[in-house]
Design a protein around this ligand. Structure first.
Ligand code: UD1
Length: 428
């Protein structure tokens, strides 16, 4: 299994290109199921999760072709064409769904197009139980019969889906996306209230609209959809990854460095930028991106609570904790989205951090210096927090189980090494 070896202490300086957002790419790829025409997605990141979904879509009958992997109209990622002329199979098997929870995103689209779908229940994951009850309840409100048998969701809508008023009891990104994909082909009008306002939902709505869907209110908490009979193909560039942006912003901050994040969009990281500014980090918009730097100024402890967008993202909580672990004061970090998202705490403590967990909050008392150690990655964002800690720790850090990182960060070690980090992937 690959490991990442880091020798800490170098200030990072240079430019890092930000890729397309994984969490936008996944629902956008699933949207290909909604039309028999060709959907062309550009700025696609090259990541394990993208290949997993491509594999699953292939089993449903989607023909997928790499159209290019060069720079394309200012976008750096790959260009993929996806065409589902016919849906050949409506079953998403456990074998593929268990590898990636986001596979549940095919449910709404398959049901809308074919009137039926059988999708394996994704089960729990390292960061919590993560049920899909909101997805299923919403689809039932759109007129689907849902039956749970032998670990699978069996969904049917014999006479098609009908528009409905859906009120989510709390914000769910995935449920909003699944219901949006189902509603665009349902008969009549649907309203999604308490919908997710995440930029990835806005990107999905923009693409669906370009495919002929009638959607209003994406980016607010109420989305209105007027169902249409059919959708057509389109070309869509995937929005820049705000979590990759935030992660490299933290890399600049933690090392006292100076990085330009190319293609980053400040409006997608407003809450994070505020917190980082309060902590003593400088963020400024520059042509084509965002510059993040920290001089020798002290890092100040700042309390943070994770919230749905536009609040502070749960996907940046572990990285923020790594930064706060070397602040000159203390910071309380509270996780409100997932119930088990502090697995990086014991690993950071092995590197000399002083963090104690009390229920959903972690008290981080800043230490002068982290020290390199062998540590274990447990999930995607937890693993990158260990890399960040390694960049500033004294001596050598080895992060094990980096396959978690490969699910969400493209060429992480190359991007960091190009800016002066001493980092390498050890293959075994
Ligand atoms: C997405 C992101 C993930 C991010 C999360 C929150 C993708 C592929 N993943 O995950 O990186 O951390 O948003 O910003 O986009 N919940 C239920 N029932 C449901 C659905 C969700 O109880 O039917 C709960 C979850 O367990 C969690 C909370 O709601 O506690 C929010 O989850 P949700 O927004 O749905 O996250 P995902 O879409 O799975």
């Amino acid at each position: 299994m690959d490991r990442i070896q880091i020798r800490g202490g170098n200030r990072l300086q240079g430019r890092i290109p930000i890729g397309g957002a994984k969490n936008a790419a996944l629902p956008l790829m699933a949207a290909a199921l909604l039309t028999d025409e060709c959907l062309t997605l550009s700025n696609l990141p090259h990541l394990a999760d993208i290949s997993t979904l491509a594999n699953l879509l292939g089993r449903h009958g989607v023909a997928i072709q790499m159209v290019g992997d060069e720079a394309n109209e200012g976008h750096i990622g790959r260009v993929l064409s996806l065409q589902a002329k016919e849906i050949t199979n409506t079953t998403a098997s456990y074998e593929l769904v268990r590898r990636m929870r986001a596979s549940i995103l095919v449910l709404g689209a398959l049901l809308a197009r074919e009137g039926k779908a059988e999708v394996s229940l994704p089960g729990g994951c390292a960061i919590g139980t993560r049920p899909v009850d909101l997805h299923l309840k919403g689809l039932q409100q759109l007129g689907a019969d849902i039956d749970l048998r032998e670990g699978y969701v069996h969904a049917q809508a014999r006479s098609g889906l009908r528009g409905a008023k859906i009120v989510f009891p709390f914000v769910s990104v995935g449920a909003t996306e699944n219901l949006l994909m189902a509603a665009v082909l349902a008969k009549g009008e649907s309203t999604l209230s308490n919908a997710s306002r995440e930029p990835e939902v806005v990107d999905l709505a923009a693409c669906l609209s370009a495919m002929g869907a009638k959607i209003e209110g994406a980016g607010t908490d109420t989305i209105c959809v007027q169902g249409v009979d059919r959708l057509h193909g389109c070309q869509h560039p995937i929005v820049a990854d705000r979590i990759e942006t935030g992660t490299y912003a933290m890399a600049a901050a933690i090392t006292g460095g100076d990085l330009v994040l190319e293609g980053a969009r400040r409006e997608h990281i407003v809450a994070l930028a505020e917190v980082m500014t309060d902590a003593g980090v400088t963020l400024e918009a520059v042509p084509g991106g965002l510059r993040v730097s920290r001089s020798d100024a002290e890092l100040i402890g700042v309390d943070v609570m994770t919230e749905p967008f536009p609040g502070f993202p749960t996907d940046m909580q572990a990285q923020m904790m790594a930064l706060m672990s070397i602040s000159t004061s203390a910071a309380m970090i509270t996780e409100t989205i997932f119930e088990n998202r502090f697995m990086h705490v014991p690993e950071l403590n092995r590197m000399g951090a002083d963090i104690t967990v009390h229920g959903a909050s972690a008290m981080v008392r800043g230490v002068k210096q982290l020290v390199g150690a062998e540590v274990m990655a447990t999930d995607l964002r937890a693993s990158v927090s260990l890399v960040l800690a390694g960049l500033v720790a004294e001596g050598e850090t080895v992060v094990h189980r980096v396959y978690h990182l490969d699910r969400g960060y493209e060429r992480l070690e190359e991007k960091l090494a190009a800016c002066g980090a001493e980092i390498a992937r050890l293959k075994h």
